[in-house]
Design a protein around this ligand. Structure first.
Ligand code: DUC
Ligand code: ZN
Ligand code: ZN
Length: 495
């Protein structure tokens, strides 16, 4: 199979999601964020990735609210990654401040091979209001940039958090209470509406709730270019994993949180099977557990002896386990597994056919060789098997049936499970310039109407288009370009 493409990875990030900084860096070096505790020079995000069969990752370059430029952020992130990666990589820009200058820089981002952004509808440090989101979507549309959206209503989360605090409910499990499905469902619907209004594609990241997935599916069935991602934590974890004695539940605090029951996980599996989800990423956001300087335990203090859920850094590790966990579940057809973990992320983020496929003469030779079904001795996952900074896995003790036997990156063997394990070298991984997203959107005719208009779109879409025309952001260059997308919505393919 083609090597894995993980399009949602957070190495070496500053505190943005609660307290704490992510542990895995791009390289093998000392853990930057732990000056008082020198860690062995053996682990890193990209090393961990390659040991689990992921050969390309797209990480984040986070612009802070206080910053006016994106290009400095991009260059600083390049500096962290350069010569430090075991696997090939690119970056999504996180837009914390869509200032005029930042919007102006979108064009340069494209010239520098960056064709995707992420925005947040929650988190004080990152949250954009609807007006700012419209600014981003409009400029992204002009530059053919794909916008990833973290869809949770931040004000709802803050309000419930205050209610819980009044009642002195601080334990990790209240993270779930403070991030209810409603906050995700509402924000998902709003993001879809804003995207439809601007007529530009979005990718809703880390979807956790079947009801949010239903909104996405409905939009897709209308022909709208709404794409979605889910992650292993929503396939395997539930609220019970946060409801553990003491502080233990903090290990599984991420946002959106794992949901109520296994029925929710089943609903997310169904979304993978029925194409609602285009990609399955790890959202590897690696905070150490037993770490009161930068990890999960920063939320413990004298006032909060079992921590305070609102200060627990949000995120779970998972880059190394994403592929093997999913394959071990034996719930997806192999073709679907390859699509959601490799080919589709490559197509969505402008890496195809170089990445995510085995196309003769066009693809890099990035290959995973797995054990034939039933030929690998079953085993129980254990964090000690993994190759990174993080001191736990949320999937400890899970029964596994698969792990990559060999991994090859650009023709070089970089992982041989039975003969030495890691063979890859730091610095072999290269930055990959990305093309315009395959999520370029619907075809629009020169006269401004959709090339697939008709019953499938209905009046609502037509009226948005009229507004779009009035604002003159539909230009000749948008005229039914037979977009080079290999992943356009079904209705478009028909025309
Ligand atoms: N969103 C992410 O994408 N990753 C970690 C935390 C979060 O909220
Ligand atoms: Zn997010
Ligand atoms: Zn993330």
């Amino acid at each position: 199979m083609p090597g894995g493409v993980d399009a949602h990875v957070h190495p070496d990030e500053p505190p943005l999601f609660g307290k704490g900084s992510t542990a895995d860096n791009y390289e093998t070096g000392m853990c930057r964020i732990q000056p008082s505790r020198v860690l062995p020079q053996v682990f890193s995000g990209s090393r961990s990735a390659i040991c689990g069969g992921t050969t390309t990752m797209v990480t984040f370059a986070p612009q802070k609210k206080s910053e006016d430029t994106l290009l400095d952020t991009l260059h600083a992130t390049h500096a962290k990654a350069h010569d430090n990666c075991y696997i090939d990589y690119s970056f999504h820009l996180i837009i914390g401040n869509p200032s005029l200058n930042a919007l102006y820089e979108f064009k340069t981002l494209r010239e520098e091979g960056i064709s995707s952004l992420k925005i947040y509808m929650t988190y004080e440090a990152l949250q954009l209001n609807d007006r700012q989101i419209l600014d981003v979507l409009l400029e992204a549309r002009k530059q053919k940039i794909t916008t990833m959206v973290h869809a949770e209503n931040g004000q709802v989360v803050d309000w419930i958090t205050a209610q819980l605090e009044k009642r002195k409910m601080f334990a990790p499990k209240y993270h779930c209470t403070s991030h209810p499905p409603m906050a995700e469902i509402e924000a998902t619907y709003r993001a879809i509406s804003l995207s439809e209004f601007i007529d530009t594609p979005i990718l809703i990241v880390h979807v956790s709730t079947p009801a949010a997935a239903a909104h996405i599916k409905q939009a897709q069935d209308k022909g709208l270019p709404i794409y979605a991602e889910t992650c292993p934590q929503y396939l395997y974890l539930t609220k019970k994993d946060l409801d553990q004695p003491g502080f233990e539940g903090a290990k599984c605090v991420c946002s959106p949180p794992p949901r109520e029951s296994e029925a929710d996980c089943d609903g997310i599996w169904d979304g993978l099977a029925n194409d609602t989800f285009t990609i399955l990423s790890s959202d590897h956001c690696p905070f150490r557990y037993d770490d009161d300087v930068n990890g999960k335990k920063t939320s413990i203090s004298e006032d909060y002896p079992v921590g305070h859920f609102k200060y627990i850094p949000n995120g779970c590790p998972g880059i190394e386990t994403r592929l093997a966990l999913t394959l071990s579940a034996e719930r997806l057809e192999i073709k679907k597994f390859v699509q959601v973990t490799s080919s589709n992320p490559a197509k969505l983020y402008g890496l195809w056919p170089r990445k995510g496929g085995l196309v003769e003469g066009e693809s890099d030779a990035d290959i995973n060789i797995w054990y034939p079904p039933g030929k690998m001795q079953e085993y129980f996952l254990n964090n000690k098997m993994l190759h990174r900074e993080v001191d736990y896995t949320p999937y400890e003790g899970r029964k596994m049936k698969q792990w990559p036997r060999y991994t090859i990156l650009r023709g070089q063997a970089v992982w041989d499970k039975e003969n030495g394990g890691l063979l890859g070298k730091k610095g072999y991984g290269k930055f990959i310039k990305r093309d315009a997203s395959s999520l370029a959107g619907r075809g629009i005719r020169e006269n401004g109407t959709y090339c697939c208009e008709g019953d499938v779109y209905g009046n609502e879409v037509e009226s948005s288009l009229t507004v779009a025309r009035e604002l003159e952001f539909i230009t000749e260059s948008d005229a039914c370009p037979k977009r080079a997308s290999s992943l356009v919505p079904k209705v478009i393919r028909a025309c």
